[in-house]
Design a protein around this ligand. Structure first.
Ligand SMILES: C[S@@+](CC[C@H](N)C(=O)[O-])C[C@H]1O[C@@H](n2cnc3c(N)ncnc32)[C@H](O)[C@@H]1O
Length: 296
């Protein structure tokens, strides 16, 4: 509950108080986070906040801001406090059931679009481990003739993805299902498989930043002992459901591009490519299902 006895005289003072609280709690980028939370509490954008700097803060909004800053000081990311994350310049609702989408994952979108080039035919996409639906929905926003299915083992995540599709006006071309990877997808039926699976080695999760270790769902992070467990199912699964010549694009963790590339070669993918993320780390491995791949 907010301490209203300490109601600051102006919005500018309120912002300074919150900034100082976050900095004292060791929050990196305390000034940015304080501003974003203040925008949410007081309403409006950065410019409006500036114009209100000398006005008195409404007590309810100050109480909300204090409650949000307490959560941030305890390590909860701003995106989780607001329940919102921007990805590929689109707004996505996030909940405790979903991973908080990362900018690195935009590499998957770039790889798909670059490898498709000018193709605009009615492609079928499948996003395995869809979470908020961010990968599938970002791609559908760029490919107006395409349709897609997002699959997640978490019913909560599939429901959030459905809501995001509706909010973005993309529910007519997308479907979200609860399931285990490709189990419900027919063989040779899709043109593109994308996935950002859980890939953090189990033993390292507790040592990650508290923003990740405490707030992202463990099922979205845990890739088994060596981090590669999901790829051992996903790579042959993608080879099964793709049409010959179809494209698979997998996000990978640090040091995983080579082993995932080997798995893809072994499953009959060719034209393999690796793509670096903004930090110069190999972040995606992609390849095409060989035409005439023998049935197993
Ligand atoms: C790293 S998150 C990625 C979420 C989203 N695609 C993104 O990039 O933000 C991995 C997702 O895979 C889901 N998942 C884990 N195991 C799965 C399985 N066997 N079948 C389907 N989804 C699974 C998790 O629930 C989680 O939503």
């Amino acid at each position: 509950m907010a301490d209203l006895a300490g109601l600051p005289a102006t919005v500018g003072d309120a912002l300074s108080v919150v900034r100082a609280r976050l900095a004292a709690a060791g929050v990196p980028d305390a000034a940015v986070d304080a501003r974003v939370l203040a925008q949410s509490a007081f309403g409006g954008d950065r410019a409006l906040l500036l114009t209100r700097r000398t006005t008195a803060p409404p007590p309810d909004a100050w109480a909300d801001l204090l409650a949000m800053s307490d959560r941030r000081a305890r390590g909860e990311p701003v995106s989780r406090i607001l329940g919102l994350r921007e990805f590929w310049s689109l707004p996505f609702r996030i909940t405790r059931d979903t991973l908080d989408p990362r900018p690195d994952t935009e590499t998957v979108i770039s790889v798909v679009l670059d490898r498709l080039g000018a193709r605009q035919d009615p492609l079928t996409l499948v996003d395995l481990g869809t979470g908020t639906g961010c990968i599938l929905l970002a791609l559908l926003s760029e490919l107006p003739e395409a349709r897609g299915i997002g699959i997640d083992r978490s019913a909560g995540a599939a429901s959030v993805a459905r809501d995001n599709a509706r909010a973005l006006g993309l529910s007519g071309r997308s479907r979200f299902m609860v399931g285990d990877w490709v189990t419900a997808v027919s063989a040779d039926s899709v043109d593109i498989v994308v996935s950002n699976p859980p890939y953090i080695p189990s033993g390292t999760i507790d040592g990650l930043q508290r923003e990740v270790a405490r707030y992202d769902p463990r099922a979205a992070l845990d890739g088994g002992t060596d981090g590669l467990r999901a790829y051992r199912d996903l790579v042959p699964g993608a080879a099964k459901v793709l049409r010959p010549g179809g494209l698979a694009v997998f996000e990978v963790g640090a040091d995983q591009a080579d082993p995932v590339e080997r798995l893809m070669k072994g499953a009959g993918f060719n034209n393999l490519q690796k793509r670096l993320d903004f930090s110069g780390i190999p972040r995606c491995v992609s390849g095409q299902k060989t035409v005439g791949l023998p049935e197993d």
